[in-house]
Each structure stands twice: as C-alpha cells, then as structure tokens.
Design a protein around this ligand. Sequence first.
Ligand SMILES: [Zn+2]
Length: 218
Amino acid sequence: MKDIDDLVDGFRRFQSAYYGERRELFERLARQGQAPKVMVVACCDARVDPAIVTDCDPGDLFVVRNVANLVPPFEKGGGYHGTSAALEFAVRCLHVEHVIVMGHARCGGIRALLGDIRFEDGAGQFIAPWMSIAEEARREVATSNAAEGADARAAACEQAAVRISIRNLTTFPFVQEAVAAGRLQLHGWYFDLDGGELLGCDPGSGSFHRLTPADVTA
Ligand SMILES: [Zn+2]
C-alpha cells in the first residue's frame, strides 16, 4: 500500500519518464483540448482502473467512476446527478462514439446489495439508496437457481447490474437519439479480476463472453 509520500515520488517518476516520453501528446491535449471517442462508466474500486486495464493514454478515455459502475435512469428531479452530467457531457458535447459500462468481479457495492457486506456505525446511508438502482439484479439472482455459491451469485449479480445500466443508458433521450442515428454504440464489459479476463455482454442474449483469447499470460 502506498502513502502520500509514495504518491509524490510516483509523480516524480511519471514526470521524468511517462510525461517526458509523451511531451508532444500532453502539449497537443493542452492546446487542443480532449477529444476522446470512448466514455467508460467504471467502479470506484481501486483495482479496476479502466485506463490501466485497456492500456490507454491520457486523452483516450472519458471516465466516470462511481460505486458499482451504475448508470441511473434518466430523471429530471432534484439531487446531484454526477453520472448523468458526465454522460451528458460525453454524448452531447464530446460526441463520443462508444459508452462502455465496465463491471468487475468482487465488487463491494454488489456485495452490499446482496447483503454479503454489512455496514457498521450508520455507514451505508448513501450506498444503499445508490445501489437500489441495481435492485432488479439482486431479485433476478435471488430467484434464479443458476448461480450457486456466494461468488457465483455475486458474479451473476455484477453482470445483471451491467445489463441494467446499459438499459438505463437508453432512457436518456440524447443517448436514444445518438444510438438511433448510428453515432453511438453501447457496450457492457466485465473485468474478471481473478482470471485476468475481459468479458463482453452480447446485446442479444445478454450473456457475457470473453473478448480476448484465453490464457494470455501463459
Ligand atoms: Zn465495484
């Protein structure tokens, strides 16, 4: 685990190596602004950084991270709609061509939704209502006999929650419009931490399959 001094040391290494090697890229990004073609909705979880997982450079991905990588349904009511604001900016202002919802294995938010993690001292007052976006995924897994064991149930729920978020994306009128015009594609991904695999959601069946050949590290 790193502490604050380690992070500052890390920045020095970044400055002399990564930044130094990509000075032109950073200068161009600073001059011209960002123009990513892809937005990623990912989890806050420290293990699932989308830019690391996809080996991307600065400027490649427009990322919003929240607990359990959820997309709420379109709604105009009160509250602070951070994820919806990021989505609006990506689709309407940056004109991204892809939105990826990237779920992942061993998600704490999903474990909380399933009741596998319990909070103490009143914690959870924001997490529980936020996770209710995926309540349908919890019910789906609870009534299905397909997934046996806590890990398999959690994985099924994590993937069902990605499907719900993809569906919620389509409740935003500007997303509907861009998809209908062929300017935007929606993708559901699942990063399997244990196996080091990236899975994609089939838009027809809703099932997840490997996007990369198996056993790449062998
Ligand atoms: Zn998570």
